[in-house]
Ligand binder design. Structure first.
Ligand code: FEO
Length: 405
């Protein structure tokens, strides 16, 4: 694989994973990349490694440019295995290199590797490293998205190497955003950004806002953002910063997602008048059946819309398992700025709709109560009730959305 010079003497030396479809439970239909970067300065410096399955790829890429034993510095921005699990193989080739890492990162590495023979330099925000013509500045980003996380800013190149932040799970021959847009589309790139944000970064909105504000206050000039997954932002890096601020501030489409599951099609039949009621209020509506949809796709669709209606049959007096799983997963992502309602069918005792509202309250989300329920199978009257509930829900969504304009 040919390396790519992204800035003078700074090269992408990563790997493209065309085949991964399950990224620790997160569905990646388009694969991903593991990006790392080699600074060919007086002190040869490698920023991050790659997933161990691809260590051969990055080592070959490095060899294309330099003998790996010449690596003087290895910067580890993040210790999650998709970026750090090749460290031992790199260090075997460059045993004299010094690893630059946060203190939390070092503690994590000690749990994964025998680090006793490696040289470390623990860094904090504002610490610098001169590699020759380039000055690197470290910026800790704890909990974005792990405690160890940091970014590396290459001052003279105006380059921010941002580890997971601003990434996307796309395997592509394009290394840059403009190349990807040329060969695919802006809409595809935008969808990947939302998917990645919703599934990985949703819980960290407040931290994202404060970190971007910190970067802005530092007055760092940035004309390229190089994440550890997906394409590099060079066309308009300010755009992706603003996009993250928008997402962190709760920006969403004025639309409704209807996320449901069903046993004998009764809850499913309720989605038809519900969708119609939402549409008749002028809002777009997407209907997602959980057993037909990967979890991460349902999460993305939830996050895109201002409003969400959850549909569940009652099974053994509680939520249907796939709906309970979705809501549990969602609670862990700490969603904000969304308005919720619930509907469902039951045979005798009921309980699913009540439980759904309990979950919404646990998540401190806005709700429209009491939802709508049907016994066994929707009658014409039930369908009319579903339609009216959906209309009133859509009206509330429109009102609530005004808070974010
Ligand atoms: Fe791409 Fe947090 O690892």
């Amino acid at each position: 694989m040919k390396t790519v010079e992204i800035k003078p003497d700074i090269y992408w030396v990563g790997a493209i994973d065309w085949a991964v479809r399950d990224f620790h439970g997160y569905v990646t239909p388009d694969g991903t990349t593991y990006n790392n970067y080699l600074i060919m300065d007086e002190q040869v410096t490698l920023v991050d490694t790659v997933k161990s399955d691809f260590s051969r790829h990055t080592i070959d890429n490095i060899k294309y440019l330099v003998d790996p034993s010449k690596i003087v510095n290895l910067i580890i921005n993040h210790i999650e295995p998709d970026h750090a699990s090749s460290i031992d193989r790199i260090m075997a080739l460059a045993p004299g290199a010094t690893i630059y890492i946060t203190s939390k990162g070092k503690k994590g590495l000690d749990r994964h590797f025998d680090t006793s023979r490696w040289n470390f330099k623990i860094v904090k925000s504002g610490d610098t490293l001169n590699t020759g013509k380039y000055n690197l500045v470290f910026l800790e980003t704890p909990m974005l998205h792990w405690p160890d996380s940091m970014m590396t800013y290459v001052k003279e190149a105006k380059l921010l190497i941002s580890q997971d932040a601003f990434g996307q799970h796309i395997a592509t021959s394009a290394r840059f955003d403009d190349e990807f847009i040329e060969c695919a589309s802006n809409a595809e790139l935008e969808d990947s950004v939302i998917d990645y944000y919703a599934n990985i970064l949703m819980p960290f909105g407040p931290l994202i806002k404060s970190k971007i504000s910190e970067v802005q206050k530092l007055g760092l000039e940035i004309d390229m953002i190089a994440p550890d997954h997906g394409v590099i932002w060079r066309r308009d890096p300010a755009h992706i910063l603003q996009r993250y601020l928008d997402l962190a501030n709760g920006k969403a489409n004025l639309s409704v997602s209807v996320i449901y599951d069903t046993m004998w099609h009764s809850t499913e039949r309720m989605t038809i008048p519900i969708m119609q009621g939402i549409k008749d209020e002028g809002l777009d509506c997407k209907v997602i059946k959980l057993r037909s949809t990967p979890m991460s796709v349902a999460i993305k669709e939830f996050w895109k819309s201002r409003g969400c209606l959850i549909g569940s049959p009652t099974l053994n007096n509680i939520l249907f398992p796939s709906v309970a799983e979705f809501l549990t997963h969602l609670r862990g992502l700490r969603p904000k700025n969304r308005i919720m309602g619930a509907f469902g069918s039951f045979g005798w005792g009921g309980g699913a709709v009540k439980e759904a509202y309990e979950e919404f309250n646990r998540m401190k989300l806005e709700v429209v109560e009491p939802g709508v329920q049907v016994l066994y199978k929707p009658s014409l009257e039930d369908e009319s009730n579903c339609y009216e509930f959906a209309k009133s829900f859509a009206q509330k969504v429109k009102e609530y959305h005004k808070n974010f304009i």
